[in-house]
Design a protein around this ligand. Structure first.
Ligand code: SF4
Length: 271
């Protein structure tokens, strides 16, 4: 696959403690792969690609029971690990554990307003959410531990008018990505009502254009995604169709079946 596609996103599980209405991490896979099988997937990718970083995602990756051992295993292979989390389970102990093994923690922060977070579904069924002061404190702790901090903000019909200036100035992320929602649809699920129109998305970006941000308008065919059962999936399809099982087929062969867009990929990871 050449030396361009080097960040592989492992979506460790479907489960999440949040219930975002727009969430596309619906693989209909209630089970999780045991650690030994994830190790086989990781070995396959390392042997058949030039992977530089595994990005652990979900669902909520911190709910994966063996996540600490998985992080240790990737570190033992001298490959970087990053994590994208909703942040609710992050605390000082966990950030301490990451130190030296996880190069970047990304936190999805779509709103600074508790009521909007509830409307988006960024809270548990018991109404636990990442309140502003906890969020600021874990962001600062991540940076103190010399781990890069990334903030992901997904613009939707519910947060399109928000102002993030003071928050971004306060936590000083290494990267702030403003994402455009991707349409996702399968037999049970459709996120169409949450997708903002182009004007609303571009207005959000323009309103923050004095901040160091990355506007991500497109990720179709430019995001290498492994689902919760170890399948490489095609993000160019609206239901993330399975391309191949990485427990059975080598990664290079599986990847060659994807219609991968290197131009968009390079824009996504340039910063
Ligand atoms: S926090 Fe992320 S994985 Fe969990 S429901 Fe929300 S969008 Fe989905």
């Amino acid at each position: 696959m050449g030396n361009k596609a080097s960040i592989i996103n492992l979506h460790l599980l479907d489960a999440c403690n949040y219930r975002c209405g727009h969430c596309f991490a619906h693989f209909n896979m209630p089970k999780v792969l045991p650690l030994e099988q994830w190790k086989r997937v990781i070995d396959n990718i390392i042997a058949n690609s030039d992977v530089k970083r595994f990005n652990l995602a979900g669902g909520e990756p911190l709910l994966y029971p063996e996540i600490d051992n998985l992080i240790r295993y990737i570190a033992s292979k001298h490959i970087e690990t990053s994590i994208i989390t909703n942040g609710l389970l992050l605390n000082e102990n966990r950030i301490n554990f990451f130190s030296g093994m996880v190069s970047m923690v990304g936190i999805s922060i779509d709103s600074l307003n508790d009521e909007t977070l509830r409307r988006i579904g960024r809270c548990t069924y018991k109404d636990e959410l990442l309140n502003h002061s906890h969020c600021v404190s874990i962001c600062k702790s991540i940076k103190t531990h010399d781990i890069k901090l990334k903030i992901n903000t997904l613009v939707s019909t519910l947060n399109k008018n928000e102002d993030f200036h003071s928050f971004i100035k306060e936590v000083q992320p290494d990267r702030w990505k403003i994402l455009k929602m991707k349409h996702f649809e399968n037999a049970q699920y459709n996120n169409k009502i949450f997708i903002p129109n182009n004007y609303d998305y571009e207005s959000f970006v323009a309103r923050h254009s004095d901040m160091p941000l990355i506007a991500e308008r497109e990720m179709k065919n430019a995001y290498i995604m492994v689902d919760a059962w170890g399948n490489l999936v095609d993000t160019g399809t609206e239901n993330n169709a399975i391309v191949a099982s990485l427990l059975e087929i080598d990664f290079a062969e599986s990847f060659s079946r994807l219609n991968f867009n290197y131009d968009v990929y390079n824009q996504r990871y340039v910063a």
